[in-house]
Design a protein around this ligand. Structure first.
Ligand code: AHR
Length: 515
């Protein structure tokens, strides 16, 4: 159990020995805006991700609004969730939207063949999804069914959602209780076409993408950003092939290519590694594996820059996060896992990477929102806990739509174990919409504090104030019995002569505003 700690580092500490890692930020040198959708979230029909975790139905004894549980929605509101992706994932390519509209008791039951073989009763469909989106004030990312659908089915779903005309589909939407069109901000044509979405080659998918995209017609004021399903891990052939071969014209759009990468401690899909109770070697391998995200983005940007030098097409990392062996007694297909201090570090490291690539990475979506993989929230029937990952999302809120600042790290301390070695310190800085400069510092070393000196050019820095998330154990986590084991504490430090010297504790994330 960690104790709340207020760290007021005064001059005595600041003027000590020369700090090891030097962070140089220039407030006058601004970079691209960090799109708020870097903080997007994913709600798939998977395990207890939607059913129980978010949706309990209007007749439940668990307090809810239009079927969505009030406690979870309330906690998510605190995160200012900018974007929700739905209904999958692999589920999307077997989802038929007509089965999720109209009276709930008349909707067909299907087997969720991807996730645990459970019965999907279609209680959550298009209208329910948009209730959630609107309650959270988020944007909607709808993933279309390319794998088992048709261009007609996909085009009709978009018409159903977006048309303000008197067409039969728009009138059906009205009959189902929604007069005005739903606002569809993002729409994807298929998911993981290389795998569960149809086991296709980039060439084959590219032809299909063009075919489908040709028929997706929406009103001018409700035209979604169109997303092509891209590659994963080290494969750049999808981003390359798509950007080289889809030449948008008046009827054909491709605004972004997606990319998926999951962090597995062992890198082995058969035995991924445990969510808690893991050895330090798996802390290290998790960090090594998650930091690969940077190179994967660099490689994809390279091929995209060649085909699309004007950077018209976004690179959306619309699935990322940790993936462990399942925790507890749920069906293994439910992908339920605990979430520890290690996940908090993984989240912060990835945010810092996405900020660095904000020129192309305009969206990233963690998998997933509740009870699935690296979740924000875990539930047990009527109970709910917030995970360390939730706290990092909350601490990083000021970075949503902030303007990135040039940042340079020198003499970076290394964390070493066996043959592995990674930079211990990671940092990012931006000027937020409230006008303040925010700095995030991460120490991935689980054993020792790192001395970091921050030099901010272009503005006077007297002190910094914000929050720190840290814990004594690598796998410290929250449970239903001890829900506040890991939570942020206030953090403050004084600058001397415009410079800041901080001991960043072992395994910690710090986000501060400059005063
Ligand atoms: O997030 C879980 C699954 O991982 C998604 O359904 C799929 O797209 C990916 O393989």
């Amino acid at each position: 159990m960690i104790k709340p700690l207020v760290m007021a580092l005064g001059l005595g500490m600041s003027l000590g020995a020369l700090a090891d890692t030097q962070v140089k930020i220039d407030a006058a040198k601004t970079g691209p805006v960090i799109n708020k959708n870097i903080y997007g979230q994913f709600a798939e029909h998977l395990g207890r991700g939607i059913y129980e975790g978010l949706w309990v139905g209007p007749d439940s004894t668990i307090p809810n609004t239009k079927g969505w549980r009030n406690d979870v929605v309330g906690a998510l509101k605190e995160l200012q969730v900018p974007l929700i992706r739905w209904p999958g994932g692999c589920f999307a390519d077997e989802y038929h939207w007509r089965e999720g509209i109209g009276p709930r008791e008349q909707r067909p039951a299907r087997v969720n063949t991807n996730w645990g073989g459970v019965i999907e009763d279609n209680a959550v469909g298009t209208h329910e999804f948009f209730d959630l989106v609107e309650m959270l004030g988020a944007e909607a990312y709808v993933n279309g069914n390319l794998g088992t659908g048709t261009p007609q089915e996909m085009a009709e779903w978009l018409e159903y959602m977006t048309s303000d005309s008197k067409s039969t589909l728009a009138e059906l939407r009205r009959k189902n209780g929604r007069d005005k069109p739903f606002r569809v901000h993002y729409f994807a044509i298929g998911n993981e076409a290389w795998g569960c979405g149809g086991n296709m080659t980039p060439e084959f998918y590219t032809h299909l993408y063009k075919q489908y995209a040709s028929f997706l017609k929406t009103p001018k004021d409700n035209t979604p950003v169109m997303i092509a399903s891209g590659g994963h891990t080290e494969d750049t052939s999808w981003a390359d092939h798509l950007t080289a071969n889809v030449k948008p014209n008046w009827s054909l759009r491709m605004d972004a290519v997606s990319f998926h990468y999951y962090t597995l401690p062992t890198g082995d899909w058969v035995k991924k590694g445990a969510a808690t109770g893991f050895p330090e070697s798996e802390w290290m391998s998790t960090m090594v594996n998650t930091l690969k995200m940077d190179q994967f983005i660099i490689n994809n940007k390279k091929v995209m820059d060649k085909n699309d030098p004007e950077k018209k097409v976004g690179f959306y990392v619309d699935e990322w996060g940790t993936w462990y062996d399942v925790t507890g007694d749920d069906d293994p297909g439910f992908l339920y896992q605990q979430n520890s201090m290690r996940d908090a570090i993984v989240a912060a490291l990835n945010f810092n990477i996405f900020h660095k690539h904000a020129d192309r990475v305009h969206m990233s979506i963690i998998a997933q929102m509740v009870n699935v993989l690296q979740a924000m929230i875990l539930t047990d029937k009527e109970k709910m806990i917030l995970t360390p990952t939730y706290h990092v999302f909350k601490m990083y809120k000021p970075f949503q739509d902030a303007t990135s600042l040039q940042i340079e790290l020198k003499n970076v301390a290394r964390y070493k174990l066996g043959k592995s070695s990674i930079p211990a310190v990671s940092a990012t800085a931006a000027r937020a919409k409230d006008g303040k400069i925010y700095i995030a510092l991460v120490n991935a070393n689980p054993n020792q504090a790192e001395k970091v000196s921050v030099n901010l050019a272009g503005v006077a820095m007297n002190s910094v104030k914000g929050e720190i998330l840290t814990a004594a154990a690598m796998d410290a986590h929250n449970t239903f019995a001890a829900p506040e084991n890991v939570k942020p504490a206030p953090f403050a430090a004084n600058a001397a002569n415009g410079k800041l010297a901080i001991d960043v504790p072992a395994k910690s994330v710090i986000v501060v505003a400059v005063e």
